[in-house]
Design a protein around this ligand. Structure first.
Ligand code: ZN
Length: 241
C-alpha cells in the first residue's frame, strides 16, 4: 500500500504542476492576444463592409516621423487613425494638433506606454489612461473615446480599468510587424497579401521603415481602388465625447 501511496502522491504532484503551468500559459496567451476578445470585446475589423475601405492605424507617436506620414496621407488623400502616447503628445503638441487638423482620428495609447503594463494595478492603469486623455484635451481640445492597449495586452486589470474609463478598444486584424522585421518587401507583402474590405492594419509611426513602406502601400491601395478611412468611421463609433 505504502508504495502505491508514494506513486499516487508523485503523480498528483506532476498533474498539479501541469495544471498550474497550463493555466499560466493560458492566461499569458489570452492577455497578449487582444484579437481573441477574451477579457474585452474589441473592434478588430469589419467584415460586413462591402466597399473597398480599410483602416490604416499608427501607434506610438506623435514623433517627427509622423510629419512624413501625414504628408504621404495627404498626397494620396487617405485618412488614418493615430493611437498616441501621452508623453509624446506633450513633447510634440504641434504634431498632435496637425494630425487632428488634417482630419485623421486620434486615440488613447496610455501616458507612458510602459512595458510593465501587464503588471500594473487597476488604479495605475486608470491613471495611465486618464493622464493621456487629459493631455490630449489640454493640447487638442478633444476627449478621446477610443483606446488601443500597448503591446495588445488586455488582462483582468486592464478590463476593470476600461470599465471605469469607458473607452472603446480598437485592435487590428492585420499586423505588419513593422516594429520587429527589417525587410521592407516582406512587411509590405504581409500587409497586401490578403487585403480585404474592413481590415484594420497595425503600423507604427515611430519607425523609420514604416515611412519607407507607406508610399508603396498607399500606391497599392490607390491602384486597387482601396481607400483608407478612420477606424471610427469603419466601426461607426464616436471618436471623441
Ligand atoms: Zn504601442
Amino acid at each position: 500500500m505504502g508504495v502505491f501511496l508514494v506513486i499516487f502522491k508523485a503523480i498528483s504532484f506532476w498533474i498539479f504542476l501541469f495544471a498550474i503551468l497550463t493555466y499560466l500559459l493560458f492566461l499569458l496567451l489570452v492577455s497578449t492576444n487582444v484579437q481573441w476578445n477574451f477579457f474585452v470585446e474589441a473592434h478588430h475589423n469589419n467584415p460586413s463592409l462591402k466597399n473597398k475601405e480599410i483602416a490604416l492605424t499608427f501607434d506610438d507617436g506623435p514623433v517627427d516621423n509622423t510629419l512624413e506620414i501625414l504628408a504621404l496621407l495627404k498626397k494620396f488623400n487617405m485618412k488614418a487613425s493615430f493611437f498616441c502616447i501621452g508623453k509624446n503628445i506633450e513633447q510634440n503638441p504641434e504634431i498632435f494638433r496637425k494630425i487632428i487638423e488634417e482630419g485623421h482620428m486620434v486615440g488613447n495609447h496610455t501616458f507612458s506606454h510602459t512595458r510593465k503594463i501587464g503588471f500594473l494595478r487597476t488604479h495605475q492603469i486608470i491613471e495611465e489612461i486618464i493622464k493621456c486623455n487629459n493631455i490630449a484635451f489640454n493640447i487638442g481640445g478633444i476627449s478621446l473615446n477610443t483606446f488601443r492597449p500597448p503591446f495588445g495586452i488586455i488582462n483582468p486589470k486592464v478590463k476593470r480599468a476600461l470599465e471605469r474609463t469607458g473607452h472603446q478598444v480598437i485592435g487590428w486584424n492585420v499586423r505588419s510587424y513593422d516594429a520587429v522585421l527589417s525587410s521592407k518587401n516582406f512587411i509590405l507583402k504581409r500587409i497586401i497579401k490578403n487585403i480585404k474590405p474592413g481590415d484594420v492594419i497595425l503600423l507604427h509611426d515611430n519607425n523609420l521603415l514604416t515611412v519607407e513602406i507607406l508610399e508603396q502601400l498607399l500606391l497599392f491601395l490607390q491602384t486597387n481602388n482601396y481607400r483608407s478611412i478612420r477606424v471610427d468611421n469603419l466601426f461607426q463609433l464616436n471618436a471623441y465625447s
